[in-house]
Design a protein around this ligand. Structure first.
Ligand code: NAD
Length: 349
């Protein structure tokens, strides 16, 4: 990792939405997804080092606002993120986010960045890391159910990291599918637009559900899911917000990020609190088995965990050092005499 010490003048590098888009285009979408996946995998492999807590969630009737903190002892990070399924009807994003990285030794922030786009990238990279680990051998077709903001990122990560060369799209809103198909054109992946979820799942070895609805939805029913597939369930990530029929969960090997958080927010909120699940980091470190046979249904019950954001923040911090795609932000009051905060205000008159 590059030096994360705060600058002498305590100016904090800030990555705006505009600079994040420049950074992604400068690095390239697929290389950046691969880079993020490497950082996420490296941090999952040192999982036990991290401070971990389920995210702090403030719920309302229309959505949720959450803080997601963690630290590896040297660096501290957090993300602010919302989830408001009805926002799109008003022309707003369902999910928006920003995040911060700080030096544990001084407590000074060393990076502030937009994370709406970065969250889509890190969620997709995490999905692909897990799919590479658990999907059946030779998997190359993915059903993508829910064609909103996350969907192209999910598809591109599965292509770059998990060997997908065909994606079959379905959304209840045909305009979302048309948008997704148009965005994916020319990216070296076969795109098939479908009229039903069943059609989208034809021949797919990986099924990604990425819908947004604040209810116990049934995007997949039990009879839709055949043996041997890998399900990448992204959209069920809040109490009272799930995508899969409980019967599917009873047939699947279930893999999670941080059980303490997933039992509150994930598909497994529909199961007993002691239903067995496997932590992804344990599979990555060889401490637990992944897929056990060709017929097993593997389910990644993704809710998004703070360590993935930490990895993404760390990746961005390392990349901007070279590219200069940031602005120095006067975020911290830092007088020359640390005890003369009042004098600094007076001198500014
Ligand atoms: P979005 O609102 O942009 O897209 C959701 C899409 O789902 C819409 O196009 C909508 O028409 C479609 N949809 C709704 N009900 C459907 C149904 N029954 N069948 C098919 N399609 C349906 O949202 P987004 O930003 O793409 O996020 C999708 C979901 O992923 C949200 O629930 C969000 O909270 C979740 N999410 C999870 C993580 C994670 O780490 N697990 C990270 C980011 C977002």
């Amino acid at each position: 990792m590059t030096n994360l010490k705060p600058s002498a003048k305590a100016l904090v590098p800030f990555v705006s939405v505009e600079n994040m888009m420049k950074l992604i285009n400068h690095i390239g979408i697929e290389p950046m997804l691969i880079g993020l996946a490497d950082y996420i995998e490296a941090d999952f492999k040192r999982w036990e080092l991290f401070d971990k807590t389920p995210r702090v969630a403030s719920h309302s009737d229309v959505g949720v606002i959450e803080l997601m903190p963690t630290s590896d002892g040297d660096v501290y990070g957090f993300k602010y993120v919302n989830g408001h399924p009805d926002n799109t009807a008003d022309g707003l994003q369902t999910v928006t986010a920003f995040g911060l990285l700080a030096d544990v030794a001084t407590g000074y922030p060393v990076l502030l960045t937009e994370m709406t786009i970065l969250t889509a990238m890190r969620t997709a990279a995490t999905s692909a890391v897990v799919a590479r680990l658990l999907a059946p051998k030779g998997a190359h077709i993915m059903a993508m159910i829910g064609n909103g903001a996350q969907s192209e990122f999910q598809t591109m990560a599965m292509k770059a990291i998990a060997g997908i060369d065909e994606v079959r799209l379905y959304d209840i809103d045909p305009a979302a599918t048309a948008k997704c198909a148009a965005n994916l054109a020319g990216h070296g992946i076969t795109v098939v637009s479908c009229k039903t979820a069943e059609d989208a799942m034809l021949g797919a070895q990986i099924i990604t559900t990425c819908t947004a609805d604040k209810q116990y939805a049934t995007i997949l029913t039990d009879n839709m899911v055949g043996a041997g597939v890998h399900i990448n369930a992204i959209g069920g990530d809040c109490p009272g917000k799930t995508e899969l029929a409980p019967a599917i969960l009873h047939r699947a090997g279930i893999f999670v990020e941080y059980p303490e958080q997933t039992r509150i927010e994930g598909e497994i909120q529909q199961l007993d609190a002691d239903h067995p699940v496997t932590e992804v980091w344990q599979v990555l470190t060889g401490q637990a088995a992944g897929r056990t046979d060709d017929k097993q249904i593997t389910l990644f019950d993704s809710v998004g965990f703070a360590i993935e954001d930490f990895s993404a923040l760390r990746y961005v911090r390392d990349q901007i050092a070279e590219t200069k795609l940031y602005q120095p932000l006067d975020l911290l009051a830092d007088p020359e005499d640390p005890r003369d905060l009042f004098g600094m205000v007076k001198r500014a008159q």
